[in-house]
Design a protein around this ligand. Sequence first.
Ligand SMILES: Nc1ncnc2c1ncn2[C@@H]1O[C@H](COP(=O)(O)OP(=O)(O)OP(=O)(O)O)[C@@H](O)[C@H]1O
Ligand SMILES: [Mg+2]
Length: 249
Amino acid sequence: MNKFNIENLDLYYGDNQALKSINLPIPQKKVTALIGPSGCGKSTLLRCLNRMNDLIAGVKITGKVTMDEHDIYGNIDVSDLRIKVGMVFQKPNPFPMSIYENVAYGLRAQGIKDKKHIDSVVEKSLRGAALWDEVKDRLKSHAFGLSGGQQQRLCIARTIAMQPDVILMDEPTSALDPIATHKIEDLMESLKKEFTIVIVTHSMQQARRISDRTAFFLMGELVEHNDTQTIFNNPQDDRTQGYVNGDFG
Ligand SMILES: Nc1ncnc2c1ncn2[C@@H]1O[C@H](COP(=O)(O)OP(=O)(O)OP(=O)(O)O)[C@@H](O)[C@H]1O
Ligand SMILES: [Mg+2]
């Protein structure tokens, strides 16, 4: 079953076409990796999935993106969409407040006040992000006191707390050391049991290790998409072969 279907999607920043007739299904509760050289449109495509590009002036989009068979560019509540489709960025961006308040933030913004309920969501989310054991004794401490890797897991916990269906991740480990990266990669295995994950990565090893499906982009075009094994071991297109072999990009 597909969570998203992207059909004939074109995206322009002014006169510059950044996505060219993209057709890509994104399966539910799997990890889909978007790979390709810098500037090929990975982040742009990721932002199409929760309409973050709406916030950029001069963007024009044609084509169709459906989520659970509903057109997300049709008449929908965009803030609702952004709750269902959460996002984690390249640089950990915790809010300037305590660990606890970071995770509780979205619930409070929704007007939820029941402390017991918030406590339980905070714990569940921190457990879900494999951070609970490291922070359970210092929930009131400032989030900036955490390491980079812990901050990134806190951002994942903050996203989980909103009970999304989908988590978008744009190079979530590129600012982290190998050990912190490994922890996040391990976390993916458990996250995909519950969420659909779309991740942009520059690391071929990472795409291989954690993704079920891989899509390879070049200059705004989707060259090829398939199960990850096939993309890396038996790609159909020479350009994919060249990229996964490290010949360019
Ligand atoms: N806000 C923007 N305004 C104008 N052009 C943009 C904007 N964001 C991206 N672009 C252009 O769109 C194209 C695709 O950019 P995008 O950021 O999606 O690439 P990417 O694959 O994520 O690259 P990287 O791997 O370097 O992050 C590039 O030519 C880029 O310059
Ligand atoms: Mg990018």
